[in-house]
Design a protein around this ligand. Structure first.
Ligand code: ADP
Ligand code: ASP
Ligand code: MG
Length: 412
């Protein structure tokens, strides 16, 4: 009997009707002899609603309490799913992160999984119950509820599949797989049938929220067969597999748009050894991920430093940087969240020197100003003004010849 972990995202469980549809398809998988474990997200929009409630109280809520609040979305959905399964004649039990327990570190809002015992789950399905797991959440060693970061239910599902040595982890969402760009932004994006773990890691890490980046990392590490499918239509899907099993015949695999980006600038800081460390180490201590960094040419022993961070950490980071700015006597701190990061991703970048120029040309043709640039073997990223983000995706996607024509909408 094959063991499958099936994860349903927010749009797939957005209403009781959606939950019923999922429950019926789970029941028929069971009837076909599959052993099934379900992971659910909160009902669509619920996580944002809860975040909005806490933001109405304070812009910087305690992260411990924020996690306690957000985890309720998944908990409610898991219980509703179990109730629905029972109502159609299946036996089911829901579990929260604490009940499993899915043990994480104590980095609230972006915790990482440390341990995931499987005894309770095995007992549950061996006694004929379908386990329904509340995704996205865990418990730290000191007993506090933690969450795994936005989109983290994917990671719960892959971690469970790895721990249980499941035959496959199926991610059900509102698109029928991974595309060369977000199909909701770029209507001419191509469907991708097969993609390698490293490329999916880059796409996910740079804004393709169809998969949580940590889920792809775990799938690669534990060799979990991973497939992205639509819970609304079953014709196509995307398999995420090992690099050596994918035939590579393109330079750019996809284009991404990262909206969760903000920048902080420190104006007129002393240009001397140790200053960058002094500025950035409090952010590292607070587990805030600094991405691009630019330092201006020094004039009269002073310089300016600008860096990007996730917008979700902007309030916390601004607080920390204001303290450092006073200590090092900076003239001013400026924070802005009206920016986005657009990236072209592909293994062909390292061997094709013209790729960056081609991307800059596409942006220039649309009169889009580039504020920051970074490159690596697999990607070129540009920070631009937020209002041009979607236009930029379409322009860059088109310029790399990724647009589908009507005959072939699948990437070969
Ligand atoms: P879920 O709630 O099911 O986890 P998400 O909203 O997290 O769903 O992810 C699905 C969404 O990811 C799609 O609706 C799509 O807009 C977006 N997306 C971004 N980039 C891509 C891409 N390259 N391919 C497919 N979908 C993408
Ligand atoms: N509900 C959480 C979110 O909206 C986690 C998830 O859906 O994976 O980010
Ligand atoms: Mg998601």
């Amino acid at each position: 009997m094959s063991l499958i972990v099936k994860k349903y995202g927010g749009t797939s469980v957005a209403s009781l009707d959606h939950i019923r549809r999922v429950a019926c398809s789970v029941a028929s998988a069971r009837d076909n002899g599959e052993q099934v474990i379900i992971v659910v997200s909160a009902m669509g929009g619920e996580t944002d609603r809860l975040l909005q409630l806490s933001a109405e109280i304070t812009p910087i809520p305690s992260e411990r309490e924020q996690d306690a609040l957000l985890s309720t979305g998944e908990q409610a959905c898991a219980a509703l799913m179990a109730i629905t399964l029972e109502s159609i004649g299946q036996r089911a039990k829901s579990f929260t992160g604490i009940q499993l327990p899915l043990v994480t570190d104590n980095k609230h809002t972006k915790a990482r999984i440390l341990e995931l015992p499987t005894d309770l789950l095995r007992k549950t399905f061996e006694t004929g119950f379908i386990p329904v797991i509340a995704g996205f959440q865990g418990v730290s060693e000191d007993g506090s509820i933690t969450t795994l970061g936005r989109g983290g239910s994917d990671t719960t599902a892959v971690a469970l599949a790895a721990a249980l040595k499941a035959d496959c982890c199926e991610i059900y969402t509102d698109v029928d797989g991974v595309y060369t760009a977000d199909p909701n932004v770029c209507p001419r994006a191509r469907h991708i049938n097969i993609i390698s773990y490293p490329e999916m890691l880059e796409l996910a890490g740079l804004g393709a929220k169809v998969m949580h980046v940590r889920a792809v990392e775990l799938a690669q590490k534990y060799q979990v067969p991973l497939v992205v499918k639509s819970s609304f239509n079953g014709e196509r899907q995307t398999w995420i597999i090992n690099e050596e099993d994918v035939m590579e015949n393109y330079i750019i695999k996809g284009v991404t748009l990262e909206k969760n980006v903000s920048k902080i600038s420190l104006i007129r800081i002393p240009d001397r050894p140790g200053i960058a460390y002094k500025i950035l180490s409090p952010l590292a201590d607070a587990a805030i991920n600094v991405d691009m960094i630019i330092q201006n040419v020094s004039i009269d022993g002073y310089t300016d430093l600008t860096f990007t961070i996730p917008t979700t950490d902007l309030n916390k980071a601004t607080d920390l940087i204001n303290q450092v700015a006073r200590e090092i006597d900076a003239l001013e701190v400026q924070a802005a969240n009206n920016i986005v990061k657009i990236s072209a991703v592909g293994i062909g970048i390292k061997t094709n020197p013209g790729v960056a120029a081609q991307m800059f040309k596409a942006l220039a043709a649309e009169n889009i100003n580039i504020e920051m640039i970074s490159t690596s073997e697999y990607r070129i990223s540009c920070v631009i003004e937020e209002k041009y983000g979607e236009l930029a995706v379409r322009a860059v996607h088109h310029s790399f010849g990724l647009d589908h024509n009507k005959e072939t909408s699948d990437q070969e």
